[in-house]
Write a protein that binds this ligand. Structure first.
Ligand code: NAD
Length: 479
């Protein structure tokens, strides 16, 4: 049985209360590891370590901080095979996806901010007789709370800009996917990151996460996860006037117009719907198709979904791996049951699969394509966060926009058309923080990522995240 400890002040330690939690492998449904069931005492120790080392880390110049971050990037690349295996075993995603996306992207997060650390500048505003200098100082100890769907990728997307900006960090990974964060602790230590600059505390949200949010010495919380959790965090942190960045849920539309490049639109919509088992906040789970091509699109999309290989995450031919946990597996199956009760026509998939051999107790669901439901159905309004996508036909731009925007969320959208004017007109009115035209999840780390409506507040990416982890101070010099 593996054991992943907390990483506090440069040392791997168990929870102060001696308790632990089980960690399961989604592909087998079996426990394979345990983690500390940390609480306020462990968070207090981690925050204490981070606070003690903050002045020294903040006083290093950006180049020096960047050098350590670059060494961590190389450390991740050196342990690529191990991290790929660990991330896939913990999360259920295909190893091929972890190798292509998750782990290289985590390394890139470090490399990107290694460079950004030395380029981050304060602003000056010269005026006759006075010079204003707007300084940005790191806030102190940053709290970073991450979800389970892209464990190392999303955890690093928060903690690296915090470190680059000069903050020290207490990070809490998801209790369902703790393994890659534990390895990151080793890599950071081996790269020479000073003790206490990065602390990783494992445990459940209700005890460990809450204690981090409520700790008075943590002035900024960067959270990625569900909308209900985000609301709870906002309720607790709001009265303490903490800085908050909340990246929350989505129910993202994919809009396919009749003039789209058909094959590219089908391939793009399939990738957007089912990558990582549909467990990506940016997944396009509502596919809106212009009526003249809706039947042809439906047939091609269903044929594509049927071809997706559901199987062992270790198998290089697997497209769709296992669902992250028993709890989430039951939730997704429950959503599919709701769709059936609402009168959906499930064109393919949506079944709990029993696979042979070591996978016999694993949590696998075949990719579901659903039609026949109105946009006001629960299936089209609530985030499923699994391998399930709905199809809805529309007539013209106005109806496409009305359907796309008629949800509480506003995270991402992708639209497919060969008409640039239409792409711009529709994009202007889409209520979404990220809009892709003729592509999906094409990311440039310099650009802001974040949602509107119930998908959150704040943005991550580029200097924007580094600014989040700083306090602004204006100095006015009269001469
Ligand atoms: P979650 O909200 O259950 O948990 C996220 C993290 O918060 C975990 O580490 C958890 O332990 C912790 N947590 C739970 N309750 C807490 C509390 N009361 N106080 C402090 N911390 C707490 O989310 P999840 O199930 O891990 O992730 C899935 C959700 O995340 C989906 O809704 C998905 O859309 C969203 N997500 C959003 C983005 C984005 O960028 N907008 C990216 C990935 C995932």
């Amino acid at each position: 049985m593996d054991r992943f400890e907390n990483f506090i002040n440069g040392k791997f330690v168990p929870a102060a209360n001696g308790k632990s939690l089980p960690v399961y492998e989604p592909a087998t449904g079996k426990q394979y590891a345990e983690i500390p069931d940390s609480d306020g005492a462990d968070i207090a120790a981690a925050v204490g370590a981070a606070k003690a080392t903050f002045p020294a880390w903040a006083e290093l110049d950006g180049v020096a901080r960047g050098q350590v971050l670059e060494k961590i990037a190389r450390g991740i690349e050196d342990r690529l095979d191990e991290l790929v295996a660990v991330e896939s075993r913990d999360q259920g995603k295909p190893e091929s996806l972890a190798r292509r996306v998750d782990i290289p992207r985590a390394a890139l997060n470090f490399r990107f901010y290694a460079a950004a650390a030395s380029q981050f500048a304060s602003e000056s505003h010269p005026a006759p007789g006075a010079l204003n200098v707007t300084l940005r100082n790191p806030v102190g100890v940053a709290g970073c709370i991450a979800p389970w769907n892209l464990p190392l990728y999303l955890l690093s997307w928060k903690l690296v800009p915090a470190l680059a900006a000069g903050c020290t960090v207490v990070a809490k990974p998801s209790e369902w996917t703790p393994a890659s964060a534990a390895l990151l602790g080793e890599i950071a230590r081996d790269a020479g990151l000073p003790d206490g600059v990065l602390n990783i505390v494992q445990g459940v949200g209700e005890r460990c996460g809450k204690a981090l949010v409520e700790h008075p010495d943590v002035p900024a919380i960067s959270f990625t996860g569900g909308t209900a959790t985000g609301a709870d965090i906002a309720r607790r942190a709001g009265p303490m006037f903490k800085k908050l960045s909340l990246e929350l849920g989505g129910k993202n539309p994919t809009l396919v117009f009749a003039d789209a490049n058909f094959d590219q639109a089908v391939a793009g919509a399939l990738r957007a719907a089912f990558s990582n088992q549909g467990e990506i906040c940016l997944c396009g789970s509502r596919i809106l198709v212009e009526r003249p091509i809706s039947e042809r699109f439906r047939d091609a999309f269903v044929a594509g979904a049927r071809k997706l290989e559901v199987g062992d995450p270790r198998d290089p031919n697997t497209d769709v791996g296992a669902i992250v946990s028993r709890e989430h597996y039951d939730k997704v199956l429950g959503c599919l049951e709701t769709a059936r009760k609402e009168g959906a026509n499930i064109l393919c998939g949506g079944e709990a699969l029993k696979l042979p051999g070591r996978l016999k107790d694993g949590w696998f669901i075949s990719p579901a394509v659903i039609e026949g439901l109105g946009n006001d159905s629960r299936t089209n309004q609530e985030e499923i966060f699994g391998p399930a996508a709905t199809l809805i036909a529309f007539d013209g731009e106005a109806e496409a926009l009305a359907l796309a925007n008629d949800v509480r969320y506003g995270l991402a959208a992708s639209l497919w058309t060969e008409n640039l004017g239409k792409a711009l007109r529709v994009s202007e009115k889409l209520q979404a923080g990220l809009i892709w035209v003729n592509c999906w999840m094409l990311r440039d780390l310099r650009t802001p990522m974040g949602g509107v409506k119930d998908s959150g507040v704040g943005h991550e990416g580029g200097f924007e995240t580094m600014r989040f982890f700083t306090d602004t101070r204006n100095l006015c010099l009269k001469y």
